[in-house]
Write a protein that binds this ligand. Structure first.
Ligand SMILES: [Ca+2]
Ligand SMILES: [Ca+2]
Length: 236
């Protein structure tokens, strides 16, 4: 029994190590590990998502949500987020190129725009009334990428797989909309064929180390190490 308790504590410490104070500023978290037409917001803020058409498939960690690029949607609120500071993190794998090649990944629509998209595969963001140039980083079809967008009072920084690929300034992001979407524009157009997983939105600007930590902690779960540890605990 002592071994069991010790192992449980050790596992708890491993998990706690990756879930530090920044988790308090989590305003939305979808892991897509459920069934049905609601994506449960694990942050506790009731920013649940309404799914139309999109299907659960193998994701980056467990299940992800797959969009057909024709008419699939998920809409959700971002209660708890202010327009002044925040971080959006998401895993995405582009599938075939859909008719509209704008390839929206995250859509918080105009006039207070927060767009993460990859037209022609070229990763770019649009913020408020500021259209920004493509990063030149191409999201290949069938490959998982981790994207993090940090907003900090008129300054932004975009990360791809934990590395900064663009930063600068923006204007005109003054309010948070009642709804946002993944993989389309406003839920009505520019549908993107892709699988997404692990959408996290924080109400603070995360630094590079915190973003890397998020990716690292997810990698631990994805590799099954935690599950393996639990399996070992159960045997004792
Ligand atoms: Ca559909
Ligand atoms: Ca998942």
């Amino acid at each position: 029994m002592k071994t069991l308790v010790f192992t449980l504590i050790a596992v708890s410490l491993i998990v706690a190590n990756f879930c530090d104070a920044i988790e308090e500023n989590l305003v939305l978290y979808f892991d897509f590990e459920e069934k049905g037409n609601t994506a449960i917001d694990r942050s506790g803020n009731d920013n649940d998502g309404t799914i139309i058409g999109a299907k659960r498939v193998d994701g980056k960690i467990g299940q992800g949500l797959s969009f057909d690029g024709e008419d699939d949607d998920i809409s959700f609120s971002l209660k708890g987020l202010l327009p002044t500071a925040g971080t959006i993190l998401i895993w995405v794998k582009q599938l075939e190129v859909s008719a509209d090649n704008s390839r929206y990944i995250f859509n918080h629509h105009d006039p207070n725009r927060i767009y993460i998209k990859a037209p022609e595969g070229n990763l770019l963001v649009t913020l408020g009334n500021t259209g920004l140039p493509g990063t030149g980083k191409i999201l290949e079809i069938g490959v998982w990428y981790h994207i993090a967008l940090v907003l900090d009072d008129g300054k932004y920084e975009l990360y791809l797989d934990g590395e900064s690929v663009q930063k600068g300034t923006y204007k005109g992001l003054n309010a948070i909309n009642p709804t946002s979407h993944l993989c389309n524009h406003k839920g009505t157009e520019a549908f993107n064929s892709a699988v997404v997983d692990e959408l996290k939105v924080f109400s603070q600007a995360l630094d590079k180390a915190s973003i890397k930590k998020e990716i690292q902690s997810e990698a631990v779960f994805a590799s099954g190490k935690i599950a393996t540890t639990w399996a070992t605990v159960k045997k004792q």
